[in-house]
Design a protein around this ligand. Sequence first.
Ligand code: CA
Length: 221
Amino acid sequence: MRLLLVEDDHLLAEGLSGQLGKAGFSVDTTYTTREAMILGKQENYRGVILDLGLPDGNGLELLRSWRRDGIAFPVLILTARGDWNDKVEGLKAGADDYLAKPFRTEELIARLNAIVRRSEGRIHSMVKAGGYELDENRQSLRSDDGTEHSLTGTEFRLLRCLMSRPGNVFSKEQLIEQLYNLNDTPNENVIEAYIRRLRKLIGNDTISTRRGQGYLFNDTV
Ligand code: CA
């Protein structure tokens, strides 16, 4: 699941990006509103963490501009401690949640998962499809018969993407987009290899191939 982190404190951004990676997100980091503006329009993010005080402008303006353009990804803003005004203005500008600095990463990830979940119309931290449940917190997969499989980071991200919209065909490019950030240069064959591994786990029929189009999670098997 692709995420944009807009934060000009390099040390904080680096640490966060690593921890978000462990939580199953692939993260692009930017330090400026200018770059964030472009990335927000051209990339397909499932969520954004937005610091408000940025070197070349204000995060609120950036957020308003995204919303004016109809960009709907959920946004969590980072505000200064006790600045209630920023929180109110942020929510009015189209933010979905806020967190005051300094914060615990666990809280950030929990809030982030919550706004992404709401944007996908889910009420649980489980992604359910067919006879399977994907647990976001444990990054594991449980089948109907109660068997639990732990997943590697990439397996989890790939399955999360497919299971979030069962029946929807994802092209290899779309899957790569959600699985990796802009700094990675994965080969499309990587997706095939991971699909093979997942099929060993959940059976060939559960993930179908549409020749020339891509893959889909079959929730009717
Ligand atoms: Ca800042």
